[in-house]
Design a protein around this ligand. Structure first.
Ligand code: PLP
Ligand code: COI
Length: 351
């Protein structure tokens, strides 16, 4: 890092206006944010400053060519008010993987980690303590450099904003298996957390929402026969007592929750298969009664059980089980995240 992080504190906190018992997801922002510019080939001194709009040139390449990537993380507090993160270096590594694909400069580990820790220290009282809530953290990087020439920018911004948040989904989750549109293609940017991946999902997702679904389950772009992932989470499917999830590829985001769930499930002696799964297999399992559960896994969504899925004009309801894997695995992972259980994996980082 060029030099120590500079801190400009807010004059008056807005925390008293926030109802921590009724937190939405990601739409109330904490007092401060971290901002760091990449100019003349190097990252400048990071600044923690009051959360506020930023000023950009209309010719900034982010607006024209979408050079923009982000991460999603959470900070938690335990009963003793310790602050902790979950596998934060995985987010840092993935951000740099996305950066490489979008020709954005790598962010050094010290700016990411030290900046994040300092920001959480400054806004520590914004980390919710109530069950099911956490401080959602959004690190992102984008092209602030200007020019209409369709080529990478010469300057970039790295920002971290945080938002005390409740659940991502309100109520039961109903998904639609996509038959026409695709989220990603071979050789594309599906594996990256590129802003454009999400923009491209909005139209088909809006069509699904108009039909009463919350989210689309993406299938492969070639045959629409293989289950890939959902708009903001990876997908797990339980057939009888086996938990199946698609292998990651250059079309699928390598979710940190996904790989943690696979590890925890295997250590609980749950039979986990990381393999391709077809829509026909899922439909056949639903019709025979062997389809027991489907759930999404992601930082924002945590583990979200799917109540119903739609395909080709038919809705299929998932059974309501006594002790679903989704509930067991959600408890196991959130207990590790919030310091309610031992962490044999060393995933929890107490600040
Ligand atoms: N898939 C997509 C498309 C996502 O946006 C996310 C969220 O980050 C995930 C999967 C889950 O990834 P993670 O568990 O790392 O949050
Ligand atoms: C996350 O789970 O952190 C994500 O980035 C998903 C987001 C689209 C809400």
């Amino acid at each position: 890092m060029k030099s120590n992080i500079e801190i400009q504190r807010i004059e008056k906190s807005k925390i008293d206006s926030v109802d921590f018992n009724n937190l939405p997801f990601g739409s109330v922002y904490s007092d401060h944010m971290l901002e760091c510019d990449f100019i003349n080939g190097e990252w400048q001194t990071p600044v923690i400053k009051p959360y506020a709009p930023i000023s950009l040139d209309p010719a900034a390449k982010i607006f024209h060519y979408g050079q923009s990537i982000f991460e999603g993380m959470k900070a938690y507090k335990d009963a003793d008010e310790n602050t902790m993160l979950f596998r934060p270096l995985e987010n840092w590594k993935r951000l740099n993987k996305s950066a490489e694909r979008l020709v954005i400069p790598h962010i050094p580990e010290d700016i990411f980690m030290e900046g994040l820790k300092k920001l959480l220290e400054v806004d520590n009282n914004w980390i919710p303590t109530n069950e099911g809530s956490s401080l959602y953290i959004r690190p992102f990087m984008f092209a602030s450099g200007i020019g209409f020439h369709a080529s990478p920018a010469d300057s970039y911004k790295f920002i971290i904003c945080t938002a005390p948040s409740g659940a991502y989904f309100a109520g039961k989750v109903k998904v639609l298996i996509e038959e026409k549109y695709a989220r990603a293609a071979n050789g594309g940017v599906g594996f990256a957390k590129a802003g454009g991946n999400y923009a491209a999902q909005f139209y088909p997702t809006q069509l699904a929402i108009e039909k009463g679904y919350n989210q689309v389950i993406w299938t492969d772009d070639n045959s629409h026969e293989y289950i890939e992932e959902a708009g903001a989470m990876n997908i797990f499917i339980r057939i009888n007592d086996t938990l199946i999830t698609s292998p990651t590829s250059d079309r699928i985001l390598n979710g940190i929750t996904r790989k943690s769930v696979i590890q925890i499930a295997e250590d609980m002696n749950i039979d986990v298969e990381v393999r391709k799964i077809t829509v026909s297999e899922v439909i056949a399992a639903a019709q025979s009664g062997s389809l027991k559960e489907m759930f999404g896994a992601g930082t924002a969504a945590v583990i979200s059980p799917i109540a119903t899925f739609g395909y080709h004009g038919t809705d299929y309801d998932l059974p309501e089980l006594e002790n679903p894997f989704a509930e067991i695995l959600k408890k196991a992972i959130t207990d590790i995240q919030t310091n309610k259980a031992e962490d044999p994996y060393g995933w929890r980082v107490v600040l």
